[in-house]
Design a protein around this ligand. Structure first.
Ligand code: BG6
Length: 296
């Protein structure tokens, strides 16, 4: 189902028979909404989000490619999140054991402009699908289409903004005792101590070699988000807190209380693709009542 979104941008609505849904903008191949079968929104989207270049939409799931962060001449977090992607009207079928019928494949190829800044030939296919239970699944396939034998490297993140009731009531499980690079301390390397993560100030960390499953527990909502990932060893945890929030034009002053970014990523060790090679990175999100998970 297609329709027009903010600023006349095309968007795709995915609906699953039990009632869950997702909304995807072709601008950035950006998931801006994911609702469970009660119609509750599960992703954060800023009330001040700007839906036009050169900015990415603030919230939902921006795609960071071909670079996470702001090194060198490339745009911060790469260009994929502020390009117009195209729909593949004849996508390859799902494996027959997958029940999902609600999906869309979006394609990004480099523009002339992109090739000047990042001189590599690639095709990026992003499949966004809703599972029968309302799970949201994103599968990225990036292929080196260079015929002259040149490899390329990239870093990557699914920059997911989860909607939470109150950041000070949230706990993240799965990252304790791991090493991380602290973006607020010149990317120095530290080791996480103690139990599950909780939040009382700005955080911007890249956890390294993380498990394939991370849980975000929202006590007030009695909801747990389960992040499952494949091909994505790192996980960024970001909340701008009050001061940074005020400095961001496309983010409300108090909105930091209601969001948390947990980003499945490949950052520490860039992915390298030889000509003809393809990389696959998968993210699967589910939202379940907390009692199912923590036994409380
Ligand atoms: C996070 C980074 O992933 O994204 C932060 O770790 C950054 O350092 C944040 O501030 C938001 O980036 P942007 O470009 O969307 O404002």
């Amino acid at each position: 189902e297609f329709c027009k979104g903010v600023n006349g941008h095309d968007k795709v609505l995915l609906r699953e028979s039990r009632g869950s849904s997702a909304e995807v903008y072709l601008y950035g191949a950006h998931v801006t909404s994911w609702k469970n079968d009660h119609g509750e929104e599960l992703l954060f989207l800023s009330s001040k989000a700007v839906f036009k270049p050169p900015k990415a939409i603030r919230g939902g799931i921006p795609i960071c490619f071909p670079q996470f962060g702001g090194l060198g001449t490339l745009d911060q977090h790469g260009f994929a999140r502020n390009r117009l992607w195209t729909i593949d009207d004849d996508p390859p079928p799902f494996p027959t054991n997958t029940l999902s019928k609600a999906f869309v494949d979006l394609i990004l190829k480099p523009s002339e402009e992109d090739s000047k800044n990042w001189p590599h030939c690639f095709e990026y296919r992003l499949r966004i699908a809703l599972g029968p239970g309302g799970d949201l699944m994103l599968t990225s396939r990036i292929r080196n289409t260079n015929s002259e034998g040149k490899p390329f490297s990239f870093t990557f993140a699914y920059h997911t903004y989860f909607s939470v009731s109150d950041i000070s009531e949230v706990r993240v499980e799965g990252l304790e005792t791991l090493d991380y690079l602290d973006n607020l301390q010149n990317k120095e390397r530290y080791t996480e101590q103690g139990d599950a993560l909780t939040f009382e100030s700005e955080v911007d960390k890249i956890y390294l070699s993380t498990p394939t499953k991370i849980a975000i527990i929202d006590h007030e909502k009695k909801r747990t988000f389960v992040v499952r990932k494949d091909g994505l060893p790192d996980a960024v945890v970001w909340n701008p807190w009050d001061k940074k929030a005020k400095a961001m034009a496309d983010f409300g002053d108090d909105e930091y209380k209601h969001m948390l970014c947990v980003e499945a990523a490949a950052i520490e060790k860039p992915i390298t693709l030889k000509p003809g090679e393809e990389w696959k990175g998968r993210l699967e999100l589910s939202a379940v009542p907390s009692s199912y998970c923590s036994g409380q």
